[in-house]
Unconditional design. Structure first.
Length: 114
C-alpha cells in the first residue's frame, strides 16, 4: 500500500519559516519524481516544486528564491524548506509522487498570519 505522509505544517507569522516533510512508503522512491503542490481555499491546486530521481528541480516562478525542495533517497523522504513566508502562502500543501502512477498525500495545512 502506497502512503505519502506529510508533516511540518502549522501556523507561522509573516517572514517566518517552515520545513515540510513527506515520508513515502510502498513505492520504489528512488525512481519517482517527487513534488509539492498547494491549494488555497477556493483555488485550484498549483505546482510549488518538483525534484526528479536525478535531482533536477523545477519551481513555480513566483516561489523561486524563497522555497527549496530536496530529497533523501535513503529515507524515502522529500522536504520543502519555506522561508520569508507571506500570508498568500497560506494553503494546504500536498506531496506528490509521479512515475508510472501518480500518488498524493493527505495534505498539511500551512497558515501564515500575524
Amino acid at each position: 500500500q502506497v502512503q505519502l505522509v506529510e508533516s511540518g505544517g502549522g501556523l507561522v507569522q509573516p517572514g517566518g519559516s517552515l520545513r515540510l516533510s513527506c515520508a513515502a512508503s510502498g513505492i520504489d522512491f528512488i525512481v519517482y519524481t517527487m513534488g509539492w503542490y498547494r491549494q488555497a481555499p477556493g483555488k485550484q491546486r498549483d505546482l510549488v516544486a518538483t525534484i526528479t530521481s536525478g535531482g533536477k528541480i523545477n519551481y513555480a516562478d513566483s516561489l523561486k528564491g524563497r522555497f527549496t525542495i530536496s530529497r533523501d533517497n535513503a529515507e524515502s523522504t522529500v522536504y520543502l524548506q519555506m522561508n520569508s513566508l507571506k500570508p498568500e502562502d497560506t494553503a494546504v500543501y500536498y506531496c506528490n509522487a509521479e512515475f508510472k502512477n501518480d500518488y498524493w498525500g493527505q495534505g498539511t495545512q500551512v497558515t501564515v498570519s500575524s
